[in-house]
Design a protein around this ligand. Structure first.
Ligand code: SF4
Ligand code: SF4
Length: 472
């Protein structure tokens, strides 16, 4: 029985509800009247239900799709302005006891080199990341209670925050580790993490169990209820996602939105971010086995409809996607991207030898961070290294209240300009610096509040003089 507030996975992600939603969407395929009513409602920026979103996803009329794209862009602009937040993943360990069929870290894979970074190696990785200009990381580890216990993750977070190399600093550590207990989530909160990220991979229970044949991750309920436990442990910001291409995408799309609705209804705060990874080639994984892979067109539609449906949630895209795809979806509401990512363990400080092969997936966008910053500037976005909200205590419902009131852009824009300036001073090439300075000059008059504008101008001067780390 579907119950959005239930704490039982199969009740808040009810298979019956998903199937009836898909049937409703199918019955209303290309129903222009209904689609236009939904789009009108979406213009209020208060979001849509999973049922309404499913109707939009089912639609394949070109003119209606273009309307969705236009609205998605407007909503992104209204809530977050033209800033794009930058981050990088940091792989700590690829030891894993699970048997996920789509991931090369699955425990039966014998030709991948297993690695776990020591604290000294983490230090080297963090210095390498700081030297690129990164301020925000997403920590990744496999699930292995012996090799990667929670104590190891906590110690690593401490190490990461402690390193200050030249003008560098990691100011926000998001954590993507396996589903765990309320006690462990409380420890992560205590360690000062930003967002707790956990992808559901697929919401279809049967498919989930087949894709995770062995290991603790096999337990669908424990995995699906993890966000509830994270919030019970005091973590305010959680990041969700499904791995598109594993199962039928429409089913997962509806499940994802029902999960978001559940968190909002049961915990009072929806997801802080949603990621939209698509399955990629990797060692010991045959992408041909995953025949549900989605086309670029459908992928773009998913991004745009998510933007319309959950306007308050950040949308993340990784280097799994090519430059071309990233360019497209940046126009459809993506608000955060990774750059210069290394998906192997220890790969930032030392280039991995071919035979070592510890990567989780092949990246599709292997440009340097400077090239990505340059490209974003050319497209009219402001690359942002901002980490201000969590450091200012703007998390959970405090953050959501500001976003819903349309006020967060008043913080995002000045913070983007100041952190971009930091990047330009410390890490950028000549060409990027020139473009960035120009963007900053052009953007200053767009800061609506005179007082804020004045403070930003002062801090830009401070940054010129070598001072660092300003924020609103
Ligand atoms: Fe392990 Fe995660 Fe890979 Fe599964 S997806 S094998 S849990 S690292
Ligand atoms: Fe993100 Fe907050 Fe910074 Fe905006 S001000 S970019 S929401 S951390």
């Amino acid at each position: 029985m579907y119950n959005v507030k239930s704490n039982v996975a199969t009740e808040f992600i009810s298979d019956e509800e998903i199937l009836s939603t898909l049937e409703f969407a199918q019955k209303n395929k290309n129903n222009k009247k209904l689609i236009n009513e939904i789009l009108e409602k979406a213009k209020d920026c208060k979001g849509l239900s999973h049922k309404e979103a499913a109707v939009l996803l089912e639609c394949d009329l070109e003119d209606e799709t273009q309307k969705m794209y236009k609205l998605a862009k407007e909503i992104k602009q209204r809530f977050y302005g033209n800033r794009i937040v930058m981050f990088a993943p940091l792989y700590l360990s690829n030891y894993c006891v699970n048997g996920c069929t789509y991931c090369p870290y699955h425990h039966k894979n014998k030709h991948i080199r297993r690695k776990k970074l020591t604290q000294e190696e983490i230090k080297n990785e963090v210095i390498a990341l700081q030297d690129l200009g990164h301020k925000r990381l997403a920590l990744e580890t496999g699930e292995d209670p012996v090799n990667n216990p929670i104590e190891y993750v906590l110690e690593s977070i401490k190490t990461i925050y402690s390193i200050k190399h030249k003008n560098g600093a990691i100011r926000r550590v998001n954590v993507n580790i396996a589903a765990t207990t309320v006690e462990n989530y409380a420890k992560l909160k205590e360690a000062g993490i930003g967002t707790y990220i956990l992808f559901q991979e697929t919401y279809n229970k049967k498919a989930y169990e087949e894709l995770h044949p062995t290991g603790p991750k096999h337990d669908y309920a424990y995995h699906t209820e993890a966000m509830d436990r994270a919030m019970d442990g005091g973590i305010d910001d959680v990041g969700m996602g499904v791995l598109f291409g594993l199962n039928l995408y429409k089913y997962d799309f509806v499940g994802l939105l029902m999960h978001a609705e559940h968190l909002e209804a049961a915990k009072g705060v929806g997801p802080h971010t949603i990621s939209v990874p698509r399955i990629r080639p990797a060692d010991d994984i045959n992408p041909d086995e995953f025949t549900n892979a989605i086309s670029d067109e459908i992928f773009q539609k998913i991004v745009a409809i998510l933007r319309i449906t959950v306007p308050y949630t950040g949308l993340i895209i990784s280097t799994r996607e090519s430059q071309k795809t990233r360019e497209k979806v940046l126009e459809l509401g993506v608000s955060q991207i990774s750059g210069a990512s290394c998906t192997s363990v220890g790969g930032y400080s030392e280039k991995e030898k071919e035979e070592d092969n510890s990567a989780q997936f092949d990246v599709n966008d292997d440009r340097t961070l400077d090239e990505i910053v340059n490209w974003l500037l050319e497209m009219g976005h402001i690359p942002s290294f901002c980490t201000a909200c969590y450091r200012e205590g703007r998390t959970g419902d405090r953050f959501m209240t500001l976003v819903k009131a349309g006020q967060i852009a008043n913080c995002c824009q000045p913070n983007a300009l100041m952190t971009l300036k930091e990047y330009l001073e410390d890490y950028a090439s000549e060409d990027t610096k020139k473009k960035g300075e120009e963007v900053i000059r052009n953007e200053i008059p767009n800061i609506p509040n005179e007082k804020v504008r004045k403070v930003v101008l002062e801090h830009l001067e401070d940054l010129n003089e070598g001072k660092r780390d300003f924020r609103f």
